[in-house]
Each structure stands twice: as structure tokens, then as C-alpha cells.
Write a protein that binds this ligand. Sequence first.
Ligand code: SOE
Length: 382
Amino acid sequence: MKTLRIGLIGTGFMGRTHSNGYNRIQNFFPNLEYKPKLQAVCSRNEEKVKAFAEQWGYASYETDWKALIARDDIDAVDICTPNDTHAEIAIAAAKAGKMILCEKPLSRTLAEGEEMVKAIEAAGVKNTVWYNYRRLPAVTLAKQIIDSGKLGRIFHYRANFLQDWTISPDVPQGGAGTWRLDVEAAGSGVTGDLLAHCIDTAMWLNGGIKDVSAMTETFVKERTHAATGAKQKVGIDDACLFHCHFDNGSLGLFESTRYARGHKALYTFEINGEHASLRWDLHDLNYLEMFDHSDDSIVRGWKSILVTDGDQPYMDKWWVPGLSIGYEHSFVHQVADFLLSLEKNQPCSPTFKEALETQKVCEAVIDSANNKQWKNTGVNWP
Ligand code: SOE
């Protein structure tokens, strides 16, 4: 058994999901060669980081990420801080020879992402980006079915990610959680925060996105900055819609907003092929729906597959057929897959390089919306 000593930076929502992932591994994936050890956690507020370390079982804490990276008892740095810190931390961690697990999106801009990829490639360090939804069993099952060729030629892919938490003009920009509204910290709005998930899943399932035509809107034009109290112009996209061509000739349609009253995290996708279609909805995350045209015509129709059986992805690790798991398990699975990739000396998808392809689409989407033009993405999907 080898130990992977984790240094986690950032104690917000993602810091908790990742810490939970590391903590569950030994119980449910006991046969992996590598075992994570929660060596240190880092955040600027000493009182909070100390409490976080105690709550999640970290052996120590730091209040300066540079000090954490300088430690020689850390093997892997996990970046859970706002997007404007990803590049600086990842580049420094790569130079220090650490493995890196970085929260999505990889970066604020394509240029930043390219620097990050250069740094990890020069250092030759293992890396992955937390596009967690791929690792929900029903989504992984969709990938298996699509790769088996059952759908035949693909015609359409559509996805949306809808929320409603920024409708009030009183939500500040900047600060814990609400940094997602501050363009300086986030890079973009729903495009980088929500559509990036949809784009990552879409390209994983259906291949590269060739070109895009997008529109964005900023519904609330001014907000108060949480730290300074000053009124500021809002620079993010509150909503974004785009359509696209995939490399395989299919058409794509994507929509995201944080202004869909009633929707908290409605992520859905659907893919339509010549012989069959699949659809999935995060609010019913263990179901994969399928229409198979080769079914006998008298029983042909959409069926709901409850993904809990031991033969289905990841499910042999959990309870017994019929009993479900949840959102948090996507992070447990990503930890397990990362550890397995170390064991096999293989990349853990999505790597920084793959996440950069998603970044290319995000950048083309924003560019297309700003210039009211179709844009080539330059994506080179493996
Ligand atoms: C935003 O509200 C958010 O937390 C995203 O940042 C996450 O990536 C997404 O999974 C859920 O919504």
C-alpha cells in the first residue's frame, strides 16, 4: 500500500466535496494500491482552516498556499480556490514537482490554461481536473452505451444547466461563493461555471465541438462588491445560449442561466442517434433514460434504467442493487480513478490538456456572443 499525501487548498463547497471523497476511499475502494492521507489543508483564515482540519481529519493546516506547496511531506496539491488563483497555484505546484488535482474550470482564460498545461507538461506531473459529473454512474453508463455504437450515427446533442440563485440584485459580487459573479475572479459567468460542465460531458460523450454561435446576457448590470462595498459594473454572463457543430457532424444546443426561477441545479442532456436516444437529468441522477428503436414495436418506448446494479459503472463498490448513491459519490469516484491512474501509470481523464479543450469552447462561446459571429473553437479532441 502506497500513501498519497494530499495538500488541499480552499475550504469552501468544493473543499468539502473533495475531502469527503478522500475520506470515503478506504471503506469502499479498499483494494487500490494508493491510499490518500489528508496531510494538510490551507486557507487564509486560521480559525476557519483549523476547524476545517478537525472536521475533515487533516493532520495539519497552513494559512499560506506557498508554504503548503513548499512542504516536502505533500505529494499532491488539490486546488479548490476561486478561478483567479488556479494558474498561479498550479504552475507553482508543478514547478515544485507536485501532482495536481484542480477544480473546474481549468482557468479563467484560454491563455492562462495554456500556461498551466505548459507547466505540468514541463514538470511531468500527474494531473486531473474535477469535472465530476462524468463520474456519476448513469453518465458513465451513457458513455459505455454510446461507445458500444448502439446509438448509430449521432444527429443531435442538447444540454442545459439552470439555476436561480443570482436573480436578486442584492447578491454581491466577490466574496465566499459569490466570487462566481465577479468577472475578475471567475473569468466568465455561467459559461465557465456551468456550461463548462456541459461542454466537458458533451465532448467526452460525443467528440469535439468544431464551431459555435452564442448569445449571452447580463440581466443585473451593477452589484455591490462584497469586500469593498463599492457598486461595480457586472462583467459576467448571467445567461448563455449557444449552438454548435460537433466533429462527427451532429448538431448541438446548449443553454445555461442563473435566472431560471425554481431551478437549483437542473443539469440535463440528451443525445439522439439513428437507432437510439439517451437522456439524463441531474435531479434524478441515478436514472438513465433510453429509447431503443430496435425494441419490439409493441413495447417500444422510453425506458428508465435505474443505475444501481453491480454490473453498472462503479456500483459493485456500493450497496446492493436497487439502493442508490448521490452527488457526492461523483467525487469519491474521481478520487478512486485518480488513484487507479497512478497505479497503472496512465493519465486520469480529464487531464489539464483535455480540460484546455473545454476552455477553448468556452472562450469561443464568449467571443462569438461578444462579436455576434460564428467562431471556430480550434478544439482538437483526442
Ligand atoms: C454554482 O452554483 C455551482 O456550485 C458550480 O460552481 C458547480 O461547478 C456546479 O456543479 C454546481 O453549481
